[in-house]
Design a protein around this ligand. Sequence first.
Ligand code: NI
Length: 247
Amino acid sequence: MRRLGERLRPACALLLALALPWAGAFCQGRFEAAAVPADGPVPAEETPKWIALTFDDGPRRSTTTALLDGLARRGVKATFFLIGEQVPGNEDILLRMDQEGHQIGIHTYDHVMLTDLNEADFSAQVDRTRTILENALGHDDLLLRPPYGKVDDGVRKRAGCPIILWSVDPTDWDDKNVERIVKHVVNCAQDGDIILLHDIYPTSVEAALRIVDALHEKGFLFVTIDELAAQKGEKLEAGTVYNCFRP
Ligand code: NI
C-alpha cells in the first residue's frame, strides 16, 4: 500500500499491514455482538467512539448542499477538502460550512498530484488555493489533503499545515454503489478513523448519511479532524502526515 512508505503513526501502519492480507474477512466479523452480563462491563456500543468524515473534490452546489442539509439534521460535523477553482460562485457554501462548524482544507487548485512539483508549481496549487479559501472564509487555519494521498519530502516541507490522509476508503468514486459503500465503512470503522468520501456524487451523499445513521447506532460520534486529534490528545503539526487517530 502506497501510504506505508510515509511517516505513519506506528499503530496505523500496523493496522494497515494486518488488514491488507485479510481484507474483507478481517472487517466482517469485527462487530459481532457479544453477550454482556447485566452487571458486567459497559458494552462497546455504549462507549463513545470518535470518528471523522472527510469529503474531497467539492464544492459542488447540488450535492454539497444536500450533504450539508443532511449533516445539519443529524448534528454532525465533517471536514471538507476543497478544489480552489471550484470556489468562485460557491463562496456562500464555504461560509455555511464554516458557520455550521465543519472544518475546511485545501485539495489543490485543480486536482493535481503534488509530488515532484517545483516550488512555483506547488505554490500555484496550494498557496493559491489557501488564498482563495482565506478570502472566502476570513481565516487561513486550513489543513492539506494531497490528491491521491501522494506525499513526498517536498510536500511535507512546503505544506505549511498538517497533512491529512485517511484510514477508511470505500472507493466511493468507483462503482457508486451506495449499499457497498455503506457496508464497507460501517464494517471497517474503528475509534479514531478518518473516512474518505467525495461530496460531488449523489450516491456518496446518500451513503454518507446512511453511514452516519448506522455508526450513530454503534456509538460513534462524528467530529472534525481538529476535534478528533484533540480528543485523542494529538497536537497537529505542520508538515506531518496523519492517517488516523486510532488509540
Ligand atoms: Ni481528490
